[in-house]
Design a protein around this ligand. Sequence first.
Ligand code: GLU
Length: 280
Amino acid sequence: MMFRTRFAPSPTGPLHLGHAYSAILAHDMARDAGGEFLLRIDDLDQSRARPHWEEQIYADLSWLGLTWDGPVRRQSDHFADYETALQTLRNSGLTFECQCTRRDIEAAANAPQEGAPIFGPDGRIYPGTCRNLALPPTAATCTRLDIARAAEAAGPFAFTETGARHAGAHNVSAQELATTVGDVVLSRRQMAASYHLSVVIDDSATQITHVIRGADLFEATRIHVLLQALLGLPTPTYHHHDLIRDDAGKRLAKRDDARAIAKYRSDGAAPQDIRRLVGH
Ligand code: GLU
């Protein structure tokens, strides 16, 4: 199968050095493998996505000398696909509707067992309040995956990681998912789908063979692999790269405009300077 990867920024702010690192790495790995590099615009959160940030993404990547194959995929064009997948999962009986507010969840999780993790890759571990209430879906509920039952149903599964920090095969157990991830949200009020559900659908629809992205998403990968198993989708190979940090060792955030590629450009930097700065 041809190597195919993607870069999937959200148009909610300027691309900074961390994005440049990720995009260049994915692009170069695809070109070295004689494969394809796709660009996806992760504009799932329509309340934060802005057309001018999307334009800036194209301009910055082109300036960096990166070329992408085929049409750009925009998540906002695929809300119906996410809804179909959500419906499939609902029909499987492995989801439930949840009416808890953030405050409800915090209150219920107030007395965690000693040593139990409180936060997982999907935020605070859901305490299970609505799991067995069989609430109907309404505008005020979100849909969650009953992760222990879902992982049991999907059977044992694994994924391969090629990033240096976690390289190797990773087996995922239902027990571990239940205690360290919890019942993840699949769709939220006012959002077509959660990040987890949308990227799984997108990567499969675009036949991505290698997901190359920052190490901050390594822990969430177990959720993605579970969703792939439940939806009968192939699992790509994953490659999580270390994050670019600022001089103080802090991870670069989108709002860190000082590291925006556009800023380096306007200060007269050349694309090779960016490659050198991020260590490519
Ligand atoms: N859109 C996500 C982000 O900007 C990346 C999603 C992914 O690579 O799976 O963090």
